[in-house]
Ligand binder design. Structure first.
Ligand code: DC
Length: 229
């Protein structure tokens, strides 16, 4: 039996992987996995339930039992995310939650607890998986592996613009520092560090717009997905 196809899109935050991977899923009408949201949910749940961000055992238990629903009608749009039936769509996107997610994501027990849940997203007609270790650990046999990257300065600028649009004014230099620290933590952890799979195609989006990246991505997709999909 043929495996259900998967395209993985990995990279650091601000590399454009969220936008690009959602667009691919929308185009192909495939399922979408936002694996970062799962780590963010574990972090948020831990904060809300008074679980220490270094308490690996309690965090892994919480991660295994995570009661989450992604309510989505179109993978191009961000879904409404329900944690224990509460809408936490905005709560998980804060800088505080992102930093906490990066900490809980460094714990092997938490990663292990979320592994099968991520693999369960692999359903027909196919899956686009967005994260840090989609191509290396979660879906090592994916049809196509894309690794998006961009300079810390450029990613900080993008984040700054996003936050400004939301009415949040953050110092750019502080964002560069924050992003560099998070890169360091995500890239140096022993368990599934952020790095391209050996067979991934790396695209640097520092000086490319979304359309240009999508043109390159579409050329790659055409090699692995029949045009009828
Ligand atoms: O993509 P994001 O910013 O929503 O991810 C939040 C954190 O979760 C990020 O700091 C790293 C971690 N993460 C991870 O370790 N592995 C993944 N597959 C996805 C995210």
């Amino acid at each position: 039996m043929q495996e259900i196809p998967v395209i993985t899109v990995d990279g650091p935050s601000g590399s454009g992987k969220g936008t690009i991977s959602r667009q691919i899923a929308h185009q192909l009408q495939w399922h979408f996995l936002d694996s970062g949201a799962l780590y963010r949910l574990v972090a948020l749940g831990a904060i809300q339930n008074g679980i220490g961000l270094d308490d690996a055992k309690a965090l892994a238990k919480y991660a295994r039992e995570l009661d989450v629903q992604f309510v989505s009608h179109d993978p191009a749009e961000e879904p409404v995310i329900l944690l224990d039936d509460q809408d936490v769509t905005g709560d998980i996107r804060t800088e505080t939650c992102g930093n906490a997610a990066s900490k809980v994501a460094a714990l092997p027990a938490v990663r292990e607890a979320l592994l099968q849940r991520q693999r369960d997203f692999r359903q027909l007609p196919g899956l686009v998986a967005d994260g840090r270790d989609m191509g290396t650990t979660v879906f090592p046999n994916a049809e196509l592996k894309i690794f998006l990257t961009a300079s810390a300065q450029e990613r900080a600028k993008r984040r700054h613009k996003q936050l400004k649009e939301k009415g949040i004014d953050v110092n750019l230099a502080a964002l560069v520092k924050d992003i560099t620290e998070r890169d360091e933590r995500d890239g140096s952890r022993a368990s599934s560090p952020l790095k391209p799979a050996d067979d991934a195609v790396t695209l640097d989006t520092s000086v490319m717009g979304i359309d240009e990246v999508m043109d390159k991505v579409n050329a790659l997709i055409a090699n692995v997905v029949p045009a009828t999909s």
